[in-house]
Design a protein around this ligand. Structure first.
Ligand code: PEP
Length: 252
């Protein structure tokens, strides 16, 4: 049984006060919801305040990125241990916006994943193809390369602790969601690939989230697919009521 994960990526939105307001609205809406891991990923500056606010709740904290060194002369970077220090238990790694705007590569994703695991953070490793790649029939090739690159050098005991998020770039923030069938096809391929890399047990247990314009009105059908184990949510995570509805998805 894979426990579903619903994670809200707040991206570069919300001051500390705005973040607190959002999480204060969210808490009562999801209080008592069990059987799902609920995660929010505020900006770095709001992590500490949000952490204190969710301390006694069923909501967990994630960063939106993490650096691979423990400390040193790396101006502007944040180490895994520093994220643990403020209460993070998850770290989003390799989001397509980081790959697109900040030169993130499969190699740097792999370094971040390893560092996060070493520090005891659960990596939410993002993969996904661009529209051009999908239209060129390269979806599986691209996603396989990203999965293999991100997991390079890791054993099954480490991969067991990870989460993978499949986020087609053309569906992020665009209102265009992959159809449940399109998403399921790639999720099943990712699971097969994880099986080849780390064995059947790891493949059966790993959570694979879908991301890309997940909303209250499409979450149920997405979550009804057998290989979709949760959602990484951007825009719809910025409103407490819509995120809470996504957390309370119903499978058919
Ligand atoms: C995301 O940021 O990971 C995302 C999927 O965004 P959105 O839900 O807005 O498409």
């Amino acid at each position: 049984m894979r426990t579903p994960v619903i994670a809200g990526n707040w991206k570069m939105h919300n001051t500390v006060d705005e973040s607190l307001k959002l999480v204060r609205e969210l808490k009562p809406l999801v209080a008592g919801v069990g059987g799902v891991e609920i995660v929010v990923a505020p900006v770095f500056t709001a992590l500490d305040a949000v952490s204190a606010e969710i301390n006694d709740s069923n909501i967990a904290l994630s960063s939106q990125n993490v650096f691979w060194e423990e400390k040193g002369a790396y101006t502007g970077e944040i180490a895994p241990g520093m994220l643990k220090d403020v209460g993070c238990t998850y770290a989003i790694i390799g989001h397509s916006e980081r790959r697109q705007y900040f030169n993130e590569t499969d190699e740097t994703v792999n370094k971040r994943v390893k560092a996060a695991l070493k520090a005891g953070l659960t990596p939410i490793m993002c993969v996904g193809e661009t529209l051009e790649e999908r239209e060129g029939g390269k979806t599986i090739e691209v996603v396989s390369r990203q999965v293999k690159g991100g997991l390079a050098g890791l054993g099954s005991a480490e991969i067991d602790k990870m989460i993978i998020a499949y986020e087609p770039v053309w569906a992020i923030g665009t209102g265009k969601t992959a159809t449940p069938e399109q998403a399921e096809e790639v999720h099943a391929d990712i699971r097969r690939l994880v099986g080849q890399i780390a064995g059947a047990g790891t493949a059966a247990g790993i959570r694979i989230l879908y991301g890309g314009s997940v909303k209250p009105d499409n979450v149920d059908v997405l979550m009804s697919q057998s290989d979709i184990d949760g959602a990484l949510v951007g825009g719809a995570a910025l409103q407490a009521d819509s995120f809470a509805r996504i957390v309370k998805f119903e499978t058919k």
